[in-house]
Design a protein around this ligand. Structure first.
Ligand code: ATP
Length: 621
């Protein structure tokens, strides 16, 4: 084969990039109209968010009108606001525009203005139930239960524990679970009667309010005056309830643009409790999209080809057009059978090193937190005891490997520890406590930062760490002239252990940390890294899910798949498509052989590290 002329290659990529840019421009200029939903699909790395920002910059709203840019994570909203500011248009991130999460949009524009005040009840939205101290108990929270309607219009009755979310000790302890369920029923009734609501209740209330014709007309008038259109980013994350709300917005004559990638839909578990009301409108899922972006600005063509083997839809393979488009690094298959974690992590690190990928650009991901290498992430949820919570938050916030979601939770836990130290056990969520003590969110943020800086190193013995942390928190209170309520350091039973050990983190100096960041796939949605290692756990006799997943992947869409396996494939697809130039899979020998055969059949270049291992054995033998 004659090597390709570099000038031909350069003009070929220039043409592809021009096509990609034209497809993005078409989405920027796409017309929306009242009462219609325009749907655009985009492959991973297509620049969805970038294109939505461009639309916001280029297509002004009417006079005194704004645009609503709705996404599913706070990180995405922050990113859009930052881009507006970076482009020298900070006004586009402010009133009358709305940039925020779906939940915040529903709360601010469909619910809060129309809720009637009731004596003793102040309506408050919680991002998650665990933000309320009274919604937590024994390491569990109301988020770990599903509730049903019980004859009403809001899901607040008859809690059912979601077993895999509960702390391990409750999974086999039926009596403990029953007690916890009784507590959940009472806690939900109490908090609901005080006016607290979170995700499911928010949606139920919105759908209930919108079902009244008179109120619907009023809501429609207000929305149409305020917004020229509503754009929903990552629309594949809409649950069935969300889709019903979107369809009601269409009925209110709002122009709507939905941008998403159905192959990245990984929140099927949110449709846990089937609604007794109307079905999901078919027009939102089953019809062909109005536009599709098929150029990937993130990954190499090899990674795009691999991603195509994982696709559950019949969309064609994407075309790589980004800076790495022509790199030919093969997919790396790392055997885990009979090997220590440090060995296959070491293989990944060595490969990344060879490609000069810096540590911060090396990402290890898995579907479940428990599959991730021990010591990289600590426990997924904070411990329930006060000292454990404080150490956990410090460890997460000082760990280069923590995902954004982990960090957000750790910030909340640390701020709550500060408030608890100063004012005693809070029994209301943070905003309510702050208002009660006359402290602003900014003041608390500044204190949190300086506490984090001054808390001692985590390799100290836990008891000693507890005393030192107590001194830091007390000193900060002194600066504000406060006499703290917590007078003694938290007790510590595991006296002989270093602080980081009691929350499941690895030693701060461990070689494990050289792999960079580690996260569940859900925690890195929308994110990217130069090198990604996807860990697939070995099948065990009581859990065959990995084998089902590998079979589904290798046998393709011909097989009838269970909902769980279908979702697991999409999770794997999201994981693989985070990679820019190096993608590796760590998996047991049998699974590795199946994937190697699949990649051979599909012509995707790969390197099977079992071979170099055998080679080494032969040489040393
Ligand atoms: N027109 C473009 N020119 C250059 N780079 C681009 C362009 N569009 C997107 N990119 C880059 O491609 C990468 C992927 O973009 P982005 O993260 O917005 O994709 P996405 O569609 O949200 O992907 P995903 O759904 O997989 O998270 C980013 O680094 C972005 O800056």
């Amino acid at each position: 084969m004659t090597p390709r002329d570099p000038s031909t290659a350069a003009s070929a990529i220039a043409i592809l990039r021009a096509e990609a840019a034209a497809a993005q421009r078409a989405l920027v200029n796409m017309e929306t109209s009242p009462g219609h939903i325009v749907r655009a699909e985009a492959c991973p790395g297509a620049g969805k968010t970038r294109t939505i920002v461009e639309r916001h910059l280029m297509c002004p709203a009417g006079p005194r009108q704004g645009r609503a840019l709705v996404s599913f994570t706070k990180v995405a909203g922050r990113e859009i606001k930052k881009r507006c500011v970076d482009e020298g248009r900070p006004e586009l991130a402010q009133f009358p525009h709305f940039i925020g999460t779906f939940d915040a949009f529903v709360w601010r524009h469909l619910l809060r203005p129309y809720l009637l005040p009731k004596p003793g009840k102040t309506w408050q939205r919680l991002e998650e139930w665990s933000d309320h101290p009274q919604a937590r108990r024994d390491g569990a929270s109301l988020d770990d239960f599903s509730f049903s309607y019980g004859g009403g219009v809001v899901r607040i009755s008859d809690p059912q524990p979601i077993i895999h979310r509960l702390p391990h000790r409750f999974r086999r302890d039926e009596e403990g679970r029953q007690k916890l369920t009784l507590w959940a029923a009472a806690a939900m009734q109490r908090l609901w009667s005080q006016g607290y609501l979170s995700g499911d209740q928010l949606r139920d209330m919105a759908l209930h309010l919108l079902s009244d014709v008179g109120r619907r007309k009023r809501i429609a008038r207000v929305l149409r005056t305020r917004f020229c259109e509503i754009v929903i980013d990552e629309s594949q994350d809409c649950s069935d309830d969300d889709l019903r709300i979107v369809d009601m917005l269409r009925e209110l004559d709002m122009p709507l643009l939905l941008v998403g990638d159905p192959d990245q839909s990984i929140y099927g578990f949110r449709n846990l409790v089937p609604l007794t009301t109307t079905a999901v409108p078919e027009t939102l899922s089953s019809t062909a999209p109005d536009h599709r972006l098929t150029h990937n600005w993130r990954s190499t063509q090899v990674i795009c080809d691999l991603a195509h083997t994982l696709r559950t839809s019949n969309a064609p393979c994407d075309t790589a057009v980004g800076p790495y488009h022509a790199e030919t690094t093969p997919i790396l298959l790392l055997p885990t059978t009979g090997r220590k974690e440090a060995e296959w992590l070491g293989d990944f690190g060595a490969e990344a090193e060879q490609l000069s990928v810096p540590q911060s650009q090396r990402l290890v991901v898995a579907h479940g937190n428990s599959t991730l290498p021990k010591g990289l992430t600590g426990t997924r949820v904070p411990p329930s005891d006060q000292l454990g919570r404080l150490i956990w938050a410090t460890a997460v916030l000082r760990s280069p490997g923590a995902s954004t979601r982990h960090q957000e939770r750790a910030h909340k836990v640390l701020r709550e520890s500060v408030l608890r130290h100063w004012y005693g056990q809070p029994d209301t969520p943070e905003p309510v406590s702050l208002a009660h003590h006359g402290l602003s969110p900014l003041e608390l943020h500044v204190v949190e930062q300086s506490v984090l800086r001054d808390l001692p190193m985590l390799d100290m013995h836990a008891a000693e760490w507890s005393r030192a942390a107590h001194r830091v928190l007390t000193a900060k209170a002194g600066l504000l002239g406060l006499a703290p309520q917590v007078r003694r350091a938290y007790p510590c039973k595991k006296n002989d252990k270093a602080a980081w050990r009691i929350v499941g983190f690895g030693a701060p100096s461990s070689p494990h940390l050289s792999v960079g960041r580690a996260s569940t796939v859900h925690g890195v949605k929308g994110d990217q890294a130069d090198a990604v290692l996807v860990v697939i756990p070995a099948a065990i006799s009581e859990d065959n899910r990995s084998t089902d997943l590998i079979k589904a992947w290798t046998e393709g869409p011909v097989r009838e798949l269970s909902g769980e396996t279908r979702e697991a494939i999409r999770v794997l697809y999201v994981a693989a498509t985070r990679a820019r130039c190096l993608l590796a899979f760590a998996l047991e020998d049998e699974h590795l052989a199946m994937i190697a055969a699949l990649l051979t059949r599909r012509g995707v270049p790969f390197r099977d590290l079992r071979e170099s291992q055998q080679e080494q054995l032969r040489l040393s033998g």
